[in-house]
Design a protein around this ligand. Structure first.
Ligand code: NAD
Ligand code: UDP
Length: 312
């Protein structure tokens, strides 16, 4: 099959492109390099089954493919808040453009949604049936409400045009090929620890997140995409292991053997206090659950950044 991956030069997209090529597909990677990088896909460029197209998904796409994964959108709060209007456009105009393409081609389409649709949740852990607590006018809203609107569009295209959709709600995922300046917590802490500079904890660090290693997540993507047509999602994909941000910092310090000290900075507006996926639906429908624990995944990620800095 020929598979389109929007946002294919980003962190998750590059792993997905690689996985699809390994499974024998032709891959068309579309990216505008807003947060993605050519370095992430440099090793794929010589593969005759891989093609790269620089394009912004807020403009229509005219392509011939069999399946679509829509990942285009900056995922780090620092980057998506840098140009909130473009973030919202990417989520909404981008979704309309890829959905129109899928409709014309009658192609199955996957949406990279997010745990952010639950906002600052009052129910813990979060099942897919929870509608969320989201501020519609805050600094995170361009992303949260953009992703919620994209889900609406996906389900309307499904109901109205019988489009075959797969919507995954992704919880915090980390691993090699995160950008060193990405701004998300795992890459920030590892980069700070390796450079021996202060580790920046926002707030008191008692907020929680659940961290999934990238390989586990990509297994979940492939498994959801291959599931029967009546499995549309939304489906939580993430690792249910829950940690405070302080615990994460301590683990990174211990695994890197760093002398970095913790420093405390103001908590960003609307920062969710807790987050943990209920993955019962994915477990019983796909038989999927993460295999890689936090320490193992952190060690692989530390090794990646270590090599990256050594090569510079
Ligand atoms: P990323 O920032 O590394 O990758 C996003 C990619 O999309 C980048 O290559 C970027 O250049 C590209 N992009 C952005 N706007 C675009 C546009 N208008 N047109 C074309 N390309 C565009 O982020 P990621 O972590 O790889 O996330 C990928 C997807 O998964 C995103 O949709 C994100 O919202 C979703 N997601 C990720 C996580 C996570 O923890 N990594 C969690 C929840 C949801
Ligand atoms: N965070 C932090 N220090 C950092 C980066 C992030 O303490 O250098 C915190 C952030 O405030 C949030 C959590 O870590 O509570 C996860 O942040 P991230 O940006 O990775 O993802 P999200 O908030 O979207 O879950």
């Amino acid at each position: 099959m020929t598979v389109l991956v929007t946002g294919g030069a980003g962190f998750l997209g590059s792993h997905l492109c690689e996985r699809l090529l390994n499974e024998g597909h032709e891959v068309l990677c579309v990216d505008n390099f807003f947060t993605g990088s050519k370095r992430n896909i440099a090793h794929l460029l010589s593969n005759p089954d891989f093609e790269l197209l620089r394009h912004d998904v807020t403009f229509p796409l005219s392509l011939e493919v069999d399946q679509i994964y829509n990942l285009a959108c900056p995922a780090s709060p620092v980057h998506y808040q840098n140009d909130p209007v473009q973030t919202f456009k990417t989520n909404v105009h981008g979704a309309i453009n890829v959905l129109d393409l899928a409709k014309r081609l009658n192609a199955k389409i996957f949406q990279a949604s997010t745990s952010e649709v639950y906002g600052d949740p009052e129910i813990h852990p979060q099942p897919e049936s929870y509608w969320g607590k989201v501020n519609s006018i805050g600094v995170r809203s361009c992303y949260d409400e953009g992703k919620r609107s994209a889900e609406t569009l996906f389900f309307d295209y499904h109901r109205q045009y019988k489009l075959d959709i797969k919507v995954a709600r992704i919880f915090n995922t980390y691993g090699p090929r995160m950008h060193p300046n990405d701004g998300r917590v795992v890459s920030n802490f590892i980069v700070q620890a390796l450079q021996g500079i202060d580790i920046t904890i926002y707030g008191e660090g008692y907020q929680t997140r659940s961290f999934c290693y990238v390989d586990d997540l990509i297994d979940g993507f492939i498994s959801l995409m291959s599931s029967p047509d009546n499995v549309t999602g939304p489906m939580n994909l993430g690792n249910p292991g829950e940690f405070t941000i302080r615990e994460l910092a301590e683990r990174v310090i211990s695994l890197t053997g760093s002398n970095s000290k913790l420093i405390f900075k103001p908590l960003p507006q609307d920062d969710p206090k807790q987050r943990q996926p209920d993955i019962s639906y994915a477990k019983c429908t796909l038989g999927w659950e993460p295999q890689i624990d936090l320490d193992t995944g952190l060690l692989k990620t530390i090794e990646y950044f270590d090599h990256l800095f050594a090569s510079k």
